[in-house]
Design a protein around this ligand. Structure first.
Ligand code: SF4
Ligand code: SF4
Length: 405
């Protein structure tokens, strides 16, 4: 694609990166066919190629409009288009640049600004979420059906006894996961203990920064990243082998810390090291480890591969292979590449599209009558369980005696 970037951005680092990405696109449109928002809305401007054109227009000097902002907002950042693209176009990076430019020029209506601000002020901080969540869980039985399904039931966790091992790995607890699905990391710690690894929860580590990043609050996201690096660094110097992330959405961003902090002389090197150490749980547990683990719960399951696992981290098929080797029967799921509509805060900010994607996804997951749905990201888990007819768990729970039967 030929480009002619406007003066205001041509010589900036952002501009050079955007120019390189735009030039790699041959506007073939293959990506459009697999884009969930294009499939729902049928509008080229709500597909990846259309969004690339709109970002190109802004970079070439067209004044951004609320219309362009709306089309970029509707993007799930699922990166399905990157998986489909034969030319290796880094759409996600281009979208970040486009969103930042549009956000700086197009004021949002007051309601939107307030909601986005509120989400950033509450969700990354477990203490601010804890009280309203506990209240909602207490009132859950009395809530009307639609609302009740949105409140995850309280999980009770009994931590298994652990041993001190020479091998250590850090874990990222994240922000809402310890409150909403604490069983995931508790089971993970028990499993790793059986495999001879002690897990470390670094004091002070918290939100990975993804929420702020996706709401175009780049500096706030970087502050979360630096905070986590400071918390992890002493343990890394002490020999921690990896930083395990059980939420693939958070893992995708931690793996990009080096990119986001590349211009920060105090953190660039550490961020690159942290990114290299970040691993999804499925990268840590090998097929050989399965001999030491016991399968629990139902056998016939449907697996939902989060977009952040298969498209962002490029780990499609890894969990499925582990589960199959462990003896689970994975039922066929049509269109496994498509998003469930969770996508961070998307389910709150684009509720209508999100619900339509959820309903399609659940039809596909439940068509073959599985006893349970397994996934690899808390956002997907909460989204799916809000309307699923069968239990929805993180896949590691299938190796715990507390797995739903
Ligand atoms: S992003 Fe890739 S698939 Fe989409 S139009 Fe450009 S080259 Fe084609
Ligand atoms: S990231 Fe997902 S929703 Fe956005 S353009 Fe690509 S395929 Fe479509």
């Amino acid at each position: 694609m030929q480009t002619n970037l406007a003066e205001f951005v041509r010589e900036t680092e952002q501009g050079r990166e955007a120019d390189r990405i735009l030039r790699s696109c041959v506007h073939c449109g293959f990506c459009t066919a697999t884009c969930p928002t294009y499939q729902l809305l049928g509008d080229e401007l709500d597909g990846p190629r259309g969004r690339i054109y709109q970002i190109k227009m802004v970079l070439e000097g067209t004044r951004p409009t609320s219309g362009i902002q709306r089309h970029l907002d509707r993007c799930l950042t699922c990166l399905n288009c990157e998986t489909t693209c034969p030319s290796g176009v880094e759409y996600g990076r281009l979208l970040d640049i486009g969103r930042d430019l549009v956000e700086a020029e197009v004021p949002r209506p007051l309601g939107q600004r307030w909601l986005r601000w509120l989400l950033r002020q509450v969700l990354p901080y477990p203490r601010r979420v804890a009280l309203p969540l506990r209240l909602a869980q207490l009132l859950r039985p009395m809530l009307p059906g639609a609302l009740r399904r949105k409140v995850p039931p309280r999980q009770h966790v009994v931590a298994a006894p652990r041993h001190d091992h020479a091998r250590t790995m850090l874990i990222l607890d994240g922000c809402v996961q310890p409150l909403m699905t604490p069983r995931t990391n508790s089971v993970m710690a028990g499993v790793l203990d059986r495999l001879g690894v002690s897990v470390i929860q670094a004091k002070g580590a918290g939100c990975c920064g993804a929420l702020s990043h996706h709401l175009s609050a780049g500096e706030e996201a970087k502050a979360f990243m630096r905070h986590n690096i400071d918390a992890w660094w002493p343990h890394i110097e002490n020999g921690a082998e990896a930083i395990i992330v059980t939420a693939s959405g958070c893992g995708a961003l931690v793996k990009e810390y080096g990119h986001h902090l590349r211009d920060d002389p105090a953190y660039a090197g550490k961020a690159t090291r942290v990114a290299a150490l970040a691993k999804d749980l499925a990268e840590v547990i090998t097929p050989a480890d399965l001999h030491d683990l016991t399968r629990h719960g139902p056998r016939r399951i449907a697996f939902h591969a989060p977009c952040t696992l298969q498209h962002a981290q490029k780990l499609g098929g890894v969990v499925e292979r582990l589960l199959t080797q462990a003896g689970f029967e994975l039922v066929p799921v049509t269109d496994p590449h498509l998003c469930c509509g969770s996508a961070g805060t998307y389910s709150l900010l684009q509720a209508d599209l999100s619900v339509r994607l959820l309903q399609r996804k659940l039809e596909a997951l439940q068509a073959a009558g599985p006893e349970l749905i397994a996934t690899a990201n808390i956002g997907c888990q909460l989204q799916l369980q809000s309307q699923a007819k069968v239990p929805v768990v993180h896949w590691i729970e299938l190796f715990s005696p507390s797995a739903p039967s």
